[in-house]
Design a protein around this ligand. Structure first.
Ligand code: GLY
Ligand code: MN
Ligand code: MN
Length: 485
């Protein structure tokens, strides 16, 4: 049985070489994906499965002896009669396994020095595979994904009772897989039945979320590499979209361009539905219809990021459809840009999560007062912020974590206090101003100007790295790229 004893990457390499001695082939499933390294520190196509093994080793370190962790995959979801939505794996399951098939469960068992990784998967089935695509099968679960044991998914409900017998703790993602919540209660009923119980003490149940989400907050080298790759592909696509905008007459033309330019480089899925809004639609935060006409006097706001091997990125740029900002568009753009740069400047280890917002708000409020959109009435910027006077123009927060999910679910606060930033965290900075006809008593010249500027940023040892920096952002540069002059 393979033992994964250690937390570091080097140590997980050692555990993998033990695995090889046990006739486990050191293969990985990503070899065909042509991962050109973006950083010299990460050799291409070699280390991937070790990272997943390392994560499992770190998870084992954080749970007590005699614990079982159950992580279910997602299932296929029907979109319409006989058709499914495009499959997207459960992020927590993927993080620990790298396994991208539906109808699977990972079970981690810790008994003393014995740390077992069990995968329940769909078995190989030539007929089904001919119709619906390849499966790793029970052998692949062990040789490719380094499981110590593998079983058919259909055996899970009976096998799990054997696994849980004589264990103290059951961990799983309470609340995120409803059917497993119900199953877990039924396992407890069986295992803890006083008449049949073998355990000396009842099995307890706890959520694994606190542990996995803390782990997911700090991205390892491999994750940083994948997010950077998603970011670079998406940044190049945003630039292409800007170059195509001058002759585009419908929002969907630009959406199509973005999807094409990302898929072409291997990022065949999107981290979220692209938001492509022109004119008034720039003021609708999560506008995804993308089917309206573009007028040449419009601003166009594009919030889009492709996914690369399940890792997200998040970019927004706003530009004039004519290639030239109007005076009012220019003023709003420059306020948002100044706010965004001020927010990014706050990113460094030791600073807290709220410091970006604290830097952004005064810039937005001062700007709104300066151009006459906000009447200060003798009040200070601090008072206006205190009173939320900016809310009709800016109604969302500045930042969120990014990782396997575009809104990566780790918390912003710990014990009621905003977190300190640490190297390896990835987050967005995305202030905006949105002006439409729902705002009372403003000059009509401002109406239908919506601007958001968003980058995905990595916290580094001494500050930050903007992973999406390759898309034009300075006003003159944006005009140049869109107008082609
Ligand atoms: N793309 C969604 C967001 O910016 O949060
Ligand atoms: Mn975002
Ligand atoms: Mn976004």
């Amino acid at each position: 049985m393979k033992k994964i004893l250690s937390v570091s990457l080097t140590a997980s390499l050692i555990s993998l070489s033990c695995a090889n001695e046990n006739n486990k082939e050191q293969t990985n499933s990503f070899r065909s994906l042509n991962l050109h390294p973006v950083s010299a520190t990460l050799a291409p196509e070699v280390l991937e499965m070790k990272y997943f093994a390392d994560r499992r080793a770190r998870l084992f370190e954080q749970i007590p002896d005699n614990s079982v962790v159950v992580l279910p995959s997602h299932s296929e979801i029907i979109s319409s009669y006989d058709q499914n939505y495009s499959f997207r794996q459960d992020s927590n399951f993927y993080y620990m396994t790298g396994f991208n098939e539906p109808d699977s469960v990972a079970v981690l068992v810790k008994n003393g020095q014995e740390h077992k990784f069990i995968l329940f998967v769909r078995p190989n089935d030539p007929l089904r595979e001919q119709w619906n695509g390849y499966r790793a099968g029970l052998e692949g679960a062990k040789t490719q994904y380094l499981a110590d044991e593998s079983y058919e998914f259909s055996d899970f409900d009976t096998k799990i009772l054997e696994i849980l017998n004589n264990q103290d703790m059951l961990y799983f993602d309470l609340g995120s897989h409803k059917e497993y919540d119900t199953k877990a209660i039924s396992w407890l009923e069986v295992i803890n039945n006083p008449r049949t119980r073998i355990n000396s003490k009842p099995l307890q149940i706890a959520s694994i979320g606190n542990i996995t989400l803390e782990m997911r907050l700090i991205k390892d080298d491999y994750e940083q590499y994948l997010i950077e790759k998603a970011s670079k592909i998406s940044a190049a696509a945003h630039t292409k979209v800007m170059q195509a905008a001058l002759t585009a007459n419908h929002e969907y033309e630009l959406e199509a361009e973005f999807r094409y330019e990302t898929a072409k480089f291997g990022a065949t899925k999107q981290s979220y539905e692209p938001i492509v809004g022109a004119g008034r639609n720039t003021t609708v935060l999560h506008y995804i219809e993308n089917d309206a006409d573009i007028q040449r006097t419009d601003l166009v706001l594009i919030d889009a990021g492709a996914e690369y091997m399940n890792y997200a990125t998040d970019i927004t740029r706003t530009f004039p459809a004519s290639g030239k900002f109007s005076e009012e568009q220019k003023q709003i753009y420059n306020i948002v840009l100044k706010a965004q740069l001020a927010g990014i400047e706050q990113i460094k280890p030791g600073h807290t999560y709220d410091q970006m917002n604290k830097a952004i708000l005064p810039v937005l409020v001062e700007g709104l007062v300066e151009v006459g959109l906000l009447d200060a009435n003798g009040k200070s910027v601090e008072q206006l912020i205190e009173e939320n006077a900016y809310r009709p123009f800016y109604m969302h927060s500045c930042c969120h974590w990014v990782g396997l999910d575009v809104h990566d679910p780790s918390s912003q606060k710990v014990n009621g206090k905003f977190r300190e930033l640490k190297p390896g965290m990835v987050l967005t900075v995305e202030p905006g101003l949105y002006i439409n006809d729902t705002i009372k008593d403003i000059d009509s010249k401002w109406i239908n100007i919506g601007v958001r500027i968003e980058d995905t940023v990595l916290v580094t040892e001494d500050g930050y790295k903007i992973l999406t920096k390759d898309v034009p952002k300075q006003l003159s540069e944006v005009e140049q790229v869109v107008s082609g002059q």
